[in-house]
Ligand binder design. Sequence first.
Ligand code: FE2
Ligand code: FE2
Length: 485
Amino acid sequence: MTSPRLVRRTTALAGIIALAIASAPPALAAASDASSPPVIAAYSLAAPRSEVPSGLVARAVVPGGTHCPALRVALSADRPDHVMQMTVRPTPARTAPAFDAITVCTAPLPVGATAASISGVVVPAAMPTSVDRLALLGDSGCRITSWQVQDCASAEAWPLALIAQSVADERPDAVIFNGDFFYREAACPAASQAMCGSSPPPIAGLPFTDSAYGWIADALLPMAPMLAAAPLIVTRGNHEACYRGGNGFFLLFDPRKGTPDTCAPVSTATGLVAADTLPTPTYAIDVAVRDGRTLRLAIVDSAGGNDNSVTSFAAIQRPAYVRAADLAQARSGRETWLVTHRPLYGFVTTAFAQAGQPFNPWGSMDQAAAADGLLGDYDLVFSSHMHIAQSVQLPGLPGQLILGNAGTLLDPPTGYPLPTAGPQISATPGYPAPTWGWVGVRFGYAMASPQTDRGSWRITMKDPDGETFARCGLAQRTIYCRDRA
Ligand SMILES: [Fe+2]
Ligand SMILES: [Fe+2]
């Protein structure tokens, strides 16, 4: 006999899907084909052009067990719409029943698309031909662990939905989301029901913490306006490690073919265990910028590794940066940002010091060690991971921008003196001492716009309501930020 508690929970979770479907823009939802499945979420992901000539794939999330809808594409005003059948993106092996509530569908956008929709829901149709407004953000989920709970019921305490709407209102040409989508890693504690009582818990007995309902609550539903606004360029954060939200990430947000099983649990004599979290291959996304410039984004998977000290993982990670350096080789008209979740040189608050241990102000030591000596051709390193906004300059190296403030619980507000030495990675010469740093501990996102000179950008930091709180300039590989006067 089904317990009343299980019935209540199942009803509540099914309500999340109903809410997600009802949240589709009314004008678009009304246009849905009656024979098409209702769409829970739809969006477009930037993909390597070696796989997808247009550089963009469409995704649709529909209720589990329903068929994939068609992708309707306009190619020009004088030609009839092109209708393509979307195909199922396979659910990662050995994850049932975590993702049984959804079917994820995918289709490449054809070259030359001018508009696209799925069951009447509009999705971005093409990569931009000239970027003027690039949205930047990362670290967005509502944190629920056994030791810390965020108020997921409050738009002020967990402002992802506000941020996503503000990003959409900016009318960006593209959005870079730099990892750490998923934070619902535990059932909401009994004492915190007012803050997270409706949160979908991890599925008992599986060696990871995400699920279809978890992703709907933590990302697909609150991000909906942003997903409709522009192509999404994504990286994988450590919250998408295989023992956390990796299976959902590779099912929903990794743009590449053949990756859904990357985090599929491994069968052992004692049962299922989480797959190892290893770097997936580095790839590049090129976006066209004004005046014939091209911005190359070298996407490095830094989901794994240790933050506090250099470990043997640095050698496992290093090939990802070797490949990125190849992709970043200087070419006329092209500038390059390294886009990777964990910062290579970002400094943390002294509030993180642990009694009896020497304080290391630098985060992501494995990444710093893995990338050492391979950063010569970048104009910027863009990361998130630290739940703050920060920019750091080390002499002779590209500026480091950090934006990990898109909704998940912020790091402590004070205690950020500029470190007196660079990251100590036990290599020669290693990293020099920083010459400059800026920190803003508040929620938000940033908008980047190219300026006249090659490699120069204006980057504006904004709060969840879209109000500017700091302004930055990037020129000649150097970043400088200041609080809004
Ligand atoms: Fe994070
Ligand atoms: Fe992170």
